[in-house]
Design a protein around this ligand. Structure first.
Ligand SMILES: Cc1ncc(COP(=O)(O)O)c(C=O)c1O
Length: 384
């Protein structure tokens, strides 16, 4: 069997979810909300499945969804995308990422990735014959530096895979970091595959800036989005790929043999959802920020050093000042077993030289779930 996949370990999400089930624990590990999602968008999907839209839709996505994506990004981010040549619909952000990597990377190409790294990137890059070049980001700021980029970029750098806002670190990158990355992409003629699935889950005081909007990046960025994250409907798996026609044409050729199309009723509903008012999106951010603050305040009361969450469904805590004398992984195993709360060790997002002191909690849960988790953890910092 192909060792790239055969030798992959069980993902940390599966392992921790299994431990959560085995221990009857509250699962603050995996990142999905525990409410059913916006009713009117679900209703639009149900109506569409009953009233048509059940055969293969267009390979590139329903025209009304491609138009809605272009209009949405024009309104929110000032991007000027042609829906007929620069927008494609995929089965989730995951397919969009695989499509983009296979479209760009050839054997021997180097691809810059940032650790903590989302788990699908490296196996797919390797399957394409690419060679990952890893940058190690560090808490508490996880910022890009000129020195780190200079160490990995060179004339073999075909692509960079950049996740912003960054899961699991919950950072929303400022313009300064994007301009730095853009400078390297232009110096080394590198294509940026920008995983922006968390673009709408950004909290007050922070602003999502698409890398594509930075001068010089419009025609060398493949921008990836996910309706699952935008609408808190993570099981829907509707992804977006936006890129200049020259890049999108090749992505489409990969997509045609990965999935070819995506459930049309869900596409109709996502097109409807993308047109919702600014208030809808702001309210969603406010609700999530409230949950973030509830969990952060509770964890701080217990004594956990919480690192600020700027976006995503996650917040992280840094264990290092606590003197617990255990790794993030040992800590997560201990709390799922002893306190019945599951979290994710951030070291699992590193392939080499991991940061081993940071733990990720998902706050996209009901108040009662968060409160029970906090109650259970109340002496986790002190009692060993
Ligand atoms: C950084 C990142 N990229 C991609 C994805 C996958 O998106 P989708 O569920 O639309 O496939 C996720 C999901 O958690 C993610 O966090």
């Amino acid at each position: 069997m192909n060792p790239i996949f055969a030798n992959l370990p069980v993902t940390v999400f599966e392992a921790m979810s299994q431990l959560a089930r085995d221990n009857n624990a509250i699962n603050l590990g995996q990142g999905f909300p525990d409410d059913p999602g916006p009713l009117d968008i679900r209703q639009a999907a149900a109506d569409a499945v009953l009233n048509g839209y059940n055969q293969y839709p267009s390979m590139m996505g329903l025209p009304e969804l491609r138009q809605a994506i272009a209009t949405h990004y024009g309104h929110w981010h000032g991007l000027n995308l042609d829906p007929t040549t620069e927008v494609m619909v995929t089965s989730g952000g995951t397919e969009a990422l695989t499509t983009a990597i296979l479209a760009v990377v050839e054997p021997g190409d180097e691809v810059v990735c940032f650790q903590p790294v989302y788990d699908s990137y490296l196996p797919v890059i390797r399957q394409a014959g690419g060679i990952p070049r890893l940058v190690r980001l560090k808490p508490p700021h996880w910022r890009l530096t000129e020195e780190d980029l200079r160490a990995v970029f060179n004339h073999k750098t075909k692509a960079v895979l950049f996740n912003n806002p960054l899961n699991p670190a919950a950072v929303v990158y400022p313009r300064e970091d994007l301009e730095l990355l853009a400078k390297f992409c232009q110096e080394f003629d590198t294509i940026a595959i920008c995983d922006e699935v968390w673009e709408h889950v950004v909290f007050e005081g922070f602003k999502h800036i698409p890398l594509m909007s930075i001068p010089g990046m419009r025609d060398r960025t493949i921008k990836i989005g996910s309706a699952g994250k935008i609408f808190s409907l993570t099981g829907w798996k509707i992804g977006f790929v936006c890129a200049a026609p020259k890049l999108l044409r090749v992505c489409a050729k990969v997509h045609q043999f990965l999935t070819f199309t995506t459930a049309p009723n869900l596409q109709v509903a996502v097109a409807y959802g993308l047109g919702k008012s600014d208030e809808f999106f702001k309210e969603m951010q406010t609700d999530l920020a409230r949950s973030r603050d509830r969990l952060a305040a509770g964890l701080e009361r217990i004594g956990f050093p919480v690192i600020q969450s700027q976006g995503t469904y996650f917040l992280t805590v840094d264990l290092s000042p606590l003197g617990l004398n255990e790794t993030d992984e040992a800590f997560c195993k201990r709390i799922v077993h002893d306190y019945k709360v599951a979290a994710i060790p951030v070291s699992a997002f590193y392939e080499e030289d991991p940061v081993t002191t940071v733990v990720r909690f998902c706050f996209a849960k009901k108040d009662a779930t968060l409160d029970t988790a906090l109650e259970r953890l109340s002496d986790a910092v002190h009692r060993r």
